[in-house]
Design a protein around this ligand. Structure first.
Ligand SMILES: NC(=O)c1ccc[n+]([C@@H]2O[C@H](COP(=O)([O-])OP(=O)(O)OC[C@H]3O[C@@H](n4cnc5c(N)ncnc54)[C@H](OP(=O)(O)O)[C@@H]3O)[C@@H](O)[C@H]2O)c1
Length: 240
């Protein structure tokens, strides 16, 4: 069974990706700060192929040891979904410096370090998949999301060069760029602000976590072996 690490598996998009991957027969190794009831239910439903590790990615120093532990306990890793992120918004001029470095750590440094250590398994296997979860905000911009937006464009840039570096070893690296999905990250978006986003969509609704998770599962699949260095927008046509 192929091992896939999914960061931020507890809720939202990460949970949906974990569910779909478990259903598709992968060994899902989820990592989050805490075990949610939903992820625990998934574990109960699929006890043989859904695993959980508790970890806070703001502790970047422990990532090497975490990957070592996972590899020791489950064997080499086929896929990595860098999904965990924080979405703190705020006006830059008044944003606390510690909040800025927290965003950079969790959203950029952690996925880069995870890719560094997990790609070692992939290099040994001469195959692998990395999906970095970016955002349409990485290319469009949104009031109050300058630092978050910076982290998401950083990931897209990381994807491109890493795809060049790892391609000769049959390892693909892609960015998934979702539009607004209703998750705990966006629960502050209500009323007219939310309606405005929905009106921008081609199909009159927001993207769902299921839409973005389906694209992730596709990028991890065998038929996607020739797709790399690209960004896949799943935003219900908001940016069309
Ligand atoms: N929702 C949107 O509209 C939207 C749009 C574009 C892109 N995205 C991207 O999609 C991805 C998932 O977002 P979401 O909407 O599903 O967010 P979410 O509902 O807030 O879920 C975030 C997940 O990441 C985990 N997480 C957060 N900080 C962590 C940390 N320091 N260490 C370990 N795990 C951590 C959370 O679990 P714990 O709290 O248990 O740690 C949770 O499972 C993110 O990369 C986000 O930037 C979301």
């Amino acid at each position: 069974m192929k091992n896939i690490i999914v960061t931020g598996c507890a809720k939202g998009l990460g949970l949906e990706i974990s569910k779909m991957l478990a259903e598709a027969g992968y060994n899902v190794i989820g990592v989050s700060r805490s075990l949610s009831d939903d992820y625990a239910s998934l574990q109960s439903a699929k006890p043989s192929n859904v695993i959980f590790y508790e970890y806070d990615f703001s502790n970047v120093k422990g990532i090497s040891a975490l990957v070592k532990l996972i590899t020791k306990e489950h064997g080499r890793i086929f896929g990595l979904v860098n999904n965990a992120a924080i979405g703190n918004d705020g006006v830059l001029a008044t944003m606390h410096e510690s909040e800025i470095s927290q965003l950079l750590k969790v959203n950029v440094e952690a996925p880069i370090l995870l890719s560094k250590y997990v790609s070692r398994s992939m290099l040994l296997n001469k195959e692998g998949r990395i999906v970095n979860v970016g955002s349409i905000i990485g290319t469009t911009g949104f009031n109050g999301l300058s630092v978050y937006g910076a982290t998401k464009s950083a990931l897209a840039g990381f994807t491109k060069s890493l795809a060049r570096e790892l391609g000769k070893h049959q390892i693909t690296v892609n960015t998934l760029a979702p539009g607004y999905m209703e998750t705990s990250m966006t629960n502050g978006l209500v009323g007219e602000k939310l309606d405005k986003i929905k009106r921008r969509s081609c199909i009159g609704r927001l993207a769902k976590t299921k839409d973005a998770a389906a694209m992730t599962v596709f990028l991890l699949s065998d038929v996607a072996s020739g797709i790399t260095g690209a960004t896949f927008t799943v935003d219900a046509g908001s940016t069309a």
